[in-house]
Design a binder for this molecule. Structure first.
Ligand SMILES: Nc1ncnc2c1ncn2[C@@H]1O[C@H](COP(=O)(O)OP(=O)(O)OP(=O)(O)O)[C@@H](O)[C@H]1O
Ligand SMILES: [Mg+2]
Length: 513
């Protein structure tokens, strides 16, 4: 052992002697040139090339570093024996990462590459506007020289895309709102956000399964349709109008859409927006992969502008047909009027040049009265899909029974099922009403079903009685309308009516005399 240490010491001594000899014999310039030459020779014979991705690029955080870290976390979790764990703010998911100076092989398009995570101590604090971390972190990517041109660009793009997907999955959705009278926060953002944790999904949504499948397919096609939209020259956006009575699941559907696609929601409170330019600014500050929602659009602002007499000096309630209201992008005249937005502004918001300042966005409008909306707002391209959320149907009822009571169709008594099917359409009950009944009795499933059936029967009976009187009233109304119409259409009849009135008046006058 002593001999071993002795020989090691003598080797080190020789090396130190050589180094000092090199220093004495060769000037620094020559030493540098020699090293460069060695490097070149080494590179010629080395079949790999290396790429360093440092955590901090100058003073900015390198986005690629974070993306690589996230990307590698997806494969590391399965294979690594020592991993670093992180949990982002707002996230309910823990991600795995490579520990310091660890390596990992990855394969892309049949090419194998090596990643190494390198952590070194920062030597001295250089001047910086913000404090730097004590450690210098970075990834080194090793690729065979012959594969470099084959994969490098597409591989890095793929990593960025994958990392974004992982980030979206890990982070909870965000729900944004603008309801602060147009004020901006400290960073100049007009939107406030909270984590979006609505549990509604398409699985729990009670509606006709065929309609549900159609919507889901449409959403998936939209989300995967980047090349389609590019090819056809259309802005990558889609509009949905959800209409129907209160409590039929319009808001639940929006939440299900966001959870299905992993998008954020921007809930636009139209009454808080003062003018068209504010509306544009709000739109500019929305991110891609988001759903922009205007709930109860008929109540937010008067947009039923087609009726006579609504066109007055105020910009609210004026017609899209009104040339003044159509002029100029962004509503033009609407901005000057002061604190009101116009239909034109809203149309530009959903369909104009500004609507494509981001991409992959879905506009959803909800209303209880689709007939009150201006057709210009509803045309294809603005609202591509009109979804009627109806009263609870039999297939929807089966979904609610499963959600709230855990009942599969086969577990229910056939007779009860048949009775439910018979009365459900006539009862015209909303899924919200039925949910309340089921929640009330969820501890006693049999009681819940029986009470529901009774409530449905009672309601159906009331409806059928009410329906008759309504029908009678409607018939009377129609008759009166017909009479008025006839009077207007046949001047003779009208004249006769007028003549008789005049005659009566004359007689009256004579009597008084
Ligand atoms: N189709 C449905 N599927 C499942 N649950 C529903 C459905 N419709 C309503 N609900 C239940 O009723 C509640 C109210 O529904 P929601 O807020 O989605 O109705 P809405 O159509 O948006 O009503 P409004 O027009 O008043 O805004 C929800 O919390 C949900 O539990
Ligand atoms: Mg709603």
């Amino acid at each position: 052992m002593k001999e071993y240490w002795g020989s090691l010491a003598s080797i080190l001594g020789v090396l130190a002697f050589c180094q000092s000899l090199l220093h004495v014999l060769f000037p620094p310039e020559l030493r540098f040139a020699t090293l460069k030459l060695f490097n070149r020779i080494f590179n010629v014979f080395n079949s790999y090339c290396y790429f360093d991705i440092t955590e901090i690029d100058g003073v900015n955080t390198n986005e690629l570093y974070n993306a690589v870290q996230l990307y590698l976390s997806s494969s590391v979790s399965i294979s690594g024996s020592r991993l670093s764990l992180t949990r982002a703010l707002n996230s309910s998911v823990i991600t795995f990462g490579l520990t310091n100076n660890d390596t990992l092989f990855d394969t892309f398009n049949g090419v194998t590459v090596l990643w190494e995570h390198i952590v070194t101590q920062r030597q001295a604090q250089t001047f910086s506007w913000r404090p730097m971390p004590d450690e210098k972190r970075g990834f080194t990517l090793r690729i065979k020289k012959k594969d470099k041109s084959l994969i490098l660009d597409s591989y890095l793009d793929y990593i960025m895309e994958k990392a974004n997907d992982i980030r979206r999955k890990n982070e909870d959705r965000l729900l944004y709102t603008n309801s602060r009278g147009g004020s901006l926060d400290s960073r100049g953002h007009p939107w406030e956000s909270v984590p979006f944790k609505h549990p509604s999904t398409f699985e729990t949504l009670a509606m006709d399964p065929a309609k549900k499948a159609e919507i889901m397919e449409d959403l998936k096609d939209f989300a995967n349709g980047q090349s389609f939209y590019q090819k056809t020259g259309r802005a990558w956006k889609r509009g949905y109008l959800l209409y129907g009575p209160p409590g039929t699941g319009k808001s639940s559907m929006i939440a299900a859409m966001a959870n299905y696609l992993g998008y954020d929601i921007y809930d636009l409170e139209l009454t808080e927006v003062h003018n068209n330019s504010e509306l544009r600014k709000l739109l500019m500050k929305t991110s891609s992969k988001s759903i922009i929602v205007i709930e109860d659009i008929d109540c937010s602002i008067n947009l039923s502008n087609r009726k006579k007499g609504t066109a007055n000096n105020s910009s609210i309630g004026r017609s899209y047909c009104d040339p003044e209201m159509r002029s100029g992008p962004g509503g033009g005249t609407g901005d000057e009027g002061g604190n009101s937005i116009t239909l034109s502004g809203l149309l530009n918001f959903t369909d104009g040049l500004w609507s494509c300042c981001g991409s992959e966005r879905i506009f959803v409008f909800t209303t209880n009265h689709a007939d009150k909306l201006d057709p210009a707002l509803l045309r294809s391209g603005r609202m591509d899909m009109h979804v009627f959320m109806s009263y609870c149907s039999f297939p929807a009822l089966k979904i609610l029974l499963k959600n709230y009571l855990g009942h599969e169709e086969s577990e229910l008594d056939e007779g009860v099922l048949k009775e439910l099917e018979e009365v459900i359409a006539m009862a015209e009950m909303t899924p919200a009403d039925i949910s309340e009944l089921l929640i009330k009795n969820r501890r006693n499933k049999d009681k819940a079903v029986i009470e529901l059936l009774e409530a449905l029967k009672e309601r159906a009976e009331r409806k059928s009685k009410g329906g008759e009187s309504v029908r009678e009233k409607n018939l009377n109304d129609v008759e009166e309308e017909e009479q008025e119409k006839r009077a207007l259409e046949s001047p003779k009849e009208g004249r006769a009516f007028d003549d008789s009135c005049e005659k009566d008046e004359e007689d009256e006058e004579k009597k008084i005399e």
